[in-house]
Design a binder for this molecule. Structure first.
Ligand code: SF4
Ligand code: SF4
Length: 225
């Protein structure tokens, strides 16, 4: 999932300067799960903005809505009859959702209320960690399902650097060295011989931006290659 966090209220207020009619638009998927931009967070931010508006003597109206998904044109259509009522759409989606909203309603002011952080997974309640850097060349089959490209701050692909100390990472000793984790996992799986596989340097052209993908089922002949 995409993990994001809300910008400070001060920063959001700065972006909204001069706007009187504001629609706060949440997203019901990843950002709802990481408690940054779902329905509850939309309600909270809208209420905070209303209160600050009242306290500051501002003439402004704050409305709110949470869409099923903001990164899909299909779900944005339901806003079409309403957007003309607003000076600004304050999006609480990830960066992809914000951009699609701005594209869908080109000419409308769309502002980001969140900072998008990473592709991650849940570690514990209210806690997430980065797991994937979207490198386009997944090697998790060779590393016991642990990503060295992401979990190692240096992205070491062929074993630990010289700074690993008793299985801890030299960059942040709070963390275990990614390669210590990989060694243990491969040992557990009885696949320790895989650690000898030499990985070529990442092909960074594979992640040339902007990336695009089309499902084969949507190709003219439906073929996968
Ligand atoms: S190797 Fe790591 S960064 Fe690359 S796709 Fe797999 S999990 Fe993501
Ligand atoms: S100690 Fe391990 S995780 Fe830390 S930078 Fe070196 S190889 Fe990467």
């Amino acid at each position: 999932m995409i993990v994001a966090q809300r910008k400070s209220l001060e920063r959001i207020e700065q972006m909204l300067e001069g706007c009187e009619q504001i629609l706060v638009v949440g997203c019901g998927t990843c950002v709802a799960v990481c408690m940054a931009g779902g329905e509850k967070e939309v309600q909270l931010l809208a209420e905070q903005l209303r209160m600050r508006g009242k306290l500051g003597g501002l003439r402004r109206t704050i409305d709110e809505i949470t869409l099923t998904r903001q990164c899909d044109h299909e779900y944005l259509d339901q806003l079409a009859p309403h957007v003309h009522n607003y000076d600004a759409l304050l999006s609480m989606a990830c960066g992809a959702g914000v951009q699609l909203l701005a594209e869908h309603f080109e000419g409308r002011l769309v502002l980001p209320a969140l900072d998008t952080r990473f592709i991650g997974a849940s570690d514990a309640e209210g806690q997430w960690s980065q797991r994937c850097s979207a490198c386009c060349e997944c090697i998790l089959d060779l590393t016991g399902g642990i990503c060295p490209h992401t979990l190692c701050p240096k992205g070491q692909l062929n074993g630990p650097c010289g700074g690993a100390d008793h299985g801890r990472c030299e960059v942040d000793p709070e963390n275990e060295c990614a390669w210590a984790l990989i060694y243990r996992r491969l040992e557990l799986l009885g696949r320790l011989d895989q650690i000898r596989t030499i990985q070529p340097p990442k092909d960074h052209s594979a992640t040339t931006r902007p990336g695009r993908q089309r499902h084969p089922a949507f190709d003219a002949d439906g073929s996968e290659d």
